[in-house]
Design a protein around this ligand. Structure first.
Ligand SMILES: [Zn+2]
Length: 390
């Protein structure tokens, strides 16, 4: 049987999985920004890496799984000039930012539990790693890949790209990026529109801010993942995962920061990206009115739902699609999943009541198990695995 192979988003090839220090495996997955309730698209991403985590353990790897909580620095519009998403929520609802963080972290954990998604080994927060982020910025500055303006520090993409590849993960070429990016208006402090913030100066009204060598401020969104992944998994580690929408700019910036700080040319060996959930062919999004909350799904209380579905039906439904493909959410597909799951559950129940007969059976258990493992070894192919079970 073939060993485990993973589709690597960085090389765009399916590659044999070889951990750096077997039997140990280090895996980092970008977690939620805790300013609103998670929706089902998020659940699909975390379910994908739940399967990866569980399967690696089944293969007897000792996995350190780090999944962060973003509780500062993620600005509205995913830009460098928006308002902090958590700070905004706190301002509008007259709460402490940490109350917002706690409320939605609790919600996130409840939803993960509902779908039987295992907790990671470490769940670090951005606000818990301000010191490390400042240290990392100092290194990037010392290596010449960042510059300071008015108390903010920006990553110098053009300078970095002279020495290292930039855009490999997302398949973007720096010249095209330069041409396609809006010209900076006179207000911007950046030398180049491609540059991104490592540290942003904060005025006195900004809710979350810390002292730094550049004055009071807060870290840029991309930096926390570079810092927390390398702190717990090393300068070079095995697997980095996240949703497809994070490939650019978030993950591209992460790679540049890691290389810019440590000089390690390939900080992550395998990049994995989970694809999105669509509803009747359209992307699931709050603005489209088709982003179910887990609660609506269970109660069936949503105009697009014929009825409620159990969390395990939804989990099973999601596994009927391969993580790297889009998955379309429809009542028909969910009802098919419900039937399939119930059939499997009945079979499990029957199996538990059977007494094995003496002597040789006609069913070849070993070859059946091998088929199941072969499906999973082929880039965690859960739809083939499920087909094998029927
Ligand atoms: Zn991240």
């Amino acid at each position: 049987m073939e060993a485990l192979h993973i589709s690597n988003s960085l090389t765009r090839r399916k590659e044999k999985f070889q951990p750096l220090n077997p039997p140990f495996v280090g895996m980092y997955v970008c977690g939620p920004t805790v300013y609103s309730n998670v929706h089902l698209g998020n659940v699909r991403t975390f379910l994908t890496f739940d399967i990866v985590y569980r399967y690696l353990q089944l293969l007897n790897f000792k996995v350190r799984y780090v999944r962060n909580i973003t509780d500062v620095g993620h600005l509205t519009g995913d830009t460098d000039d928006g308002e902090d998403k958590i700070g905004k929520k706190a301002r509008l609802e007259n709460l402490e930012p940490m109350e917002v963080v706690q409320q939605y972290t609790n919600d996130f954990h409840d939803v993960m539990d509902l779908f039987n998604i295992l907790r990671p080994s470490i769940e670090p927060t951005a606000t818990g790693h301000i010191v490390e982020q400042i240290e990392s910025i100092k290194k990037i500055l010392a290596n010449g890949y960042a510059y300071e303006v008015n108390g903010s520090v920006y990553f110098n993409v053009r300078k970095f790209s002279e020495d290292h590849p930039y855009g490999e993960l997302s398949g973007r070429k720096i010249d095209e990026l330069m041409n396609n990016t809006r010209e900076l208006d006179g207000q911007s402090e950046k030398r180049d529109p491609l540059d991104f913030a490592l540290w942003k100066a904060a005025n006195s009204s900004h809710l979350m801010q810390w002292p730094s060598p550049w004055g009071q401020g807060f870290p840029g969104w991309h930096l926390e993942c570079s810092v927390m992944s390398t702190k717990y998994l090393g300068e070079k580690f095995d697997i980095h995962g996240g949703g497809m929408d994070l490939k650019f700019p978030h993950h591209e910036c992460e790679i540049a920061q890691n290389i810019g700080a440590t000089g390690c040319d390939c900080p992550v060996n395998y990049w994995m990206h989970g694809n999105m959930l669509t509803v009747n062919g359209r992307k699931m999004a709050k603005s489209e009115g088709n982003g179910f909350t887990p609660e609506e799904l269970v109660t069936g209380n949503h105009k697009l739902l014929d009825k409620g579905y159990s969390p395990m039906t939804v989990r099973f439904f999601m596994l009927m699609g391969h993580y790297a493909s889009t998955l379309d959410f429809s009542n028909e597909a969910l009802q098919a999943a419900e039937k399939g799951l119930s059939k499997l559950e009945k079979a499990m129940e029957t199996l538990s009541k059977l007494n094995p007969s003496a002597g040789e059976g006609t069913f070849d258990v070993e070859s059946f198990e091998n088929k199941c493992r072969a499906a999973m070894n082929d880039d965690f192919n859960t739809p083939i695995l499920i087909a094998t079970l029927f």
